[in-house]
Ligand binder design. Structure first.
Ligand SMILES: [Zn+2]
Length: 121
């Protein structure tokens, strides 16, 4: 368990002091319900050469969730919407997806494993 703590003002439980995981970015929304408090890790992104993010994943946790697991998990978002590709774009897409599968997802698994060990949940 991390020795760090963070205190966040909530609308229903006043100031809540909670353990701050080592992987959290330290940004917490204040003024909401305690059950809406989250920890978020820095995202790992795969982006096209023009900077458009194709996919990202990050550690997340809802430490006071009343409806879902309180364990850390990985959130993955894939670029939404329809895009137009020519052949060169398709080659780039293929390379980026391969990188996401071969590099990013294994790194996310390592991060999740460490976060679960730290949380001891
Ligand atoms: Zn946090």
């Amino acid at each position: 368990m991390s020795a760090r703590t963070v205190t966040v003002a909530t609308s229903d439980h006043g100031d809540v002091t909670m353990a701050e995981p080592s992987w959290c970015d330290g940004l917490h929304k204040t003024g909401g319900a305690r059950s809406d408090l989250t920890h978020n890790g820095l995202p790992l992104e795969v982006a096209f050469n023009d900077g458009t993010v194709l996919a990202y994943g990050q550690l997340c946790q809802w430490p006071y969730s009343e409806v879902a697991s309180r364990k850390p998990y990985i959130a993955v978002e894939l670029g939404g919407g329809e895009h137009e590709y020519d052949d060169a774009d398709l080659v780039e897409l293929q390379q980026k997806l391969a990188t996401f599968a071969a590099v990013t997802i294994p790194e996310l698994r390592v991060r999740l494993s460490a976060a679960l060990a730290e949380a001891r949940l």
